[in-house]
Design a protein around this ligand. Structure first.
Ligand SMILES: [Zn+2]
Length: 65
């Protein structure tokens, strides 16, 4: 039986929503013709709280085949 490994999500530590974003920068990759994610910053925002938050990593149930 194949395992897909641990799956996680990140949620707002205030309200528990996963409608959250992180600050980051992206660099244009000419060869790939797409934006490549660079550094992630620690700043996180919750779209539901409409402000800065901290993220909590939550483990998800494995996907059933
Ligand atoms: Zn929130």
């Amino acid at each position: 039986m194949a395992t897909t490994g641990k799956r996680v999500t990140f949620v707002c530590y205030v309200c528990g929503s996963n409608n959250v974003t992180r600050d980051a920068w992206a660099r244009w990759d000419v060869k790939a013709q797409e934006w490549v994610l660079g550094d992630l910053y620690d700043n996180a925002d919750c779209q539901d709280c409409d402000g800065e938050t901290k993220l909590v990593e939550v483990e998800l149930a494995p996907v059933r085949a």
